[in-house]
Design a protein around this ligand. Structure first.
Ligand code: ADE
Length: 224
């Protein structure tokens, strides 16, 4: 999979892709993430990519010209399945949407900044808008990193234990069960006996029951 992320501050995302699981995914050739600086497509020698909003008001707006030039450049090299704009008023990101996007080959993610992008970008140049939650971030960069992480970890071969993504919270509509590791006892706080029993079938059953219990307690909305 290839993910091209367009931003005016790509540096905000470098660390997210340079460590741990996402770094290994790229090293194994399972994903290629490219951080593209929109200023490379600036309209003038001052590197301008934004301007004042028509009609007045505070805040700058990213211009359509550099964005269109960047998209045209990328699309001249390969076909893309999606051009996603990160926006608090987009479709809410959830596990089914991440699963769906993980099946795509090439995607572009456009990050807004300041007051956002010229509305004509949203009307004509993108295929979908995604939000990571009902709050406003300073830009789409952290949201793009969240979206990318949730997608990349689903790609076959990225997680060491192939079944691990399947046992994540939300993957089966349930919250993940509790997990424990050494020491077996700490401050008098123990570990459920069942997990030490070595009986795989019983452990699986317990885990499922705990998942259902947790989901009822914490996220009853998921059971509807
Ligand atoms: N840009 C600013 N806030 C955002 C959010 N909540 N989700 C996605 N993109 C955003």
């Amino acid at each position: 999979m290839r993910i091209d992320i367009i931003s005016v501050v790509p540096e905000l995302m470098t660390s997210a892709f340079s460590h741990s699981i996402l770094k290994r995914a790229a090293a194994k050739g399972l994903v290629e993430v490219n951080l593209i600086n929109l200023r490379d497509y600036a309209v003038d020698k001052h590197n301008s990519v934004d301007d004042y909003a028509f009609g007045g008001g505070a805040g700058m707006v990213l211009m359509i010209e550099p964005i269109d030039a960047c998209l045209k450049d990328l699309k001249s090299k390969r076909d893309y399945d999606e051009v996603i704009y990160m926006s608090p008023d987009g479709q809410m990101l959830d596990q089914p949407l991440s699963n769906q996007l993980s099946l795509k080959k090439n995607i572009i993610i456009l990050c807004g900044h300041y007051k956002g992008v010229d509305e004509r970008v949203r009307q004509h140049l993108i295929t979908r808008e995604i939000s990571i939650g009902n709050y406003v971030l300073s830009g789409g960069e952290l949201a793009a990193a969240v979206l990318s992480d949730s997608v990349i970890r689903l790609l076959p071969g990225v997680l060491n234990d192939e079944t691990s993504a399947l046992s994540d919270s939300f993957q089966d509509g349930l919250i993940a069960p509790p997990v424990y590791t050494r020491p077996q006892e700490y401050n008098g706080w123990g570990v459920p006996d069942i997990l030490l029993s070595g009986h795989t079938a019983n452990i699986d059953k317990w885990r499922h029951e705990e998942s259902v219990k947790r989901t009822k307690e914490r996220r009853p909305d998921l059971l509807k």
